[in-house]
Write a protein that binds this ligand. Sequence first.
Ligand code: DGL
Length: 262
Amino acid sequence: MSVCLGLFDSGVGGLTVLRSILHRHGPLPTVYLGDTARVPYGSRSPSEIRSIAAEVVAWLKVQKVSTVVMACNTTNALARDVAEGQAGVPVVGLIGAAAAMVRESRVGVLATPATVASGAYRESIEALNPGTMVVQQACPRFVPLIEAGDLSSPELRQSAINYLAPLLEASVESVILGCTHYPLLEPLLRSLLPPDVRLIDPAEAVARQLDALLGAPAPGRPDFPLSLGQTRLCVTADPDGFALRATPWLGGRPRVEAVTLR
Ligand code: DGL
């Protein structure tokens, strides 16, 4: 079977994972699904998230992907087993990969309410690094604002200040961006954190993890713009809005298809 990656997220967040993978591995046959009709996932119940994951992965399977990349921490936290059961092909997730990147003894995790409530990050980090102090913070305002195209308003900045306060109080040495939307806020978060606090983007570990499937990356690849030639971008609602929001991140306005999952 030739390689075709299937990535999914609730919206634009998973593009941060796609971007890391394409930066490292170059153009690849890829199907990306942004389930924009149901964003945000992170305020939904575990049973809703599990049935969404089953439906999305079933759709990717129909697209004949050879590997599923869960470009969404919320479904990774609550429905990894569902995705594995449904996919029939290898499934790559973010949370274990991110936990393996932790070297510090005090770690903050910013994530959606559902991911925080699941305790998946805490468990994975503690399993790999016993004795690590993990401070989790749910950030319910971030995804709706990012999906509305806001990366810098006073409201977003105030939310970020509030969400970072408990992490700063605990003197964390690193902060995991435990939702794939949050790397889009990296400049804002960086400006609010002491310079020695490391920001961890799990997507980097996912891209490295794919070396086993795709081989080691060619050196000297230009970072920008990304080559999307072999990527299908699909959404369940508002393809034009998605294309507009994705443009700065992808280095050009992409073609986006509207799809129905059922
Ligand atoms: N970007 C996803 C995540 O990594 C989902 C965010 C949401 O829809 O709430 O958790």
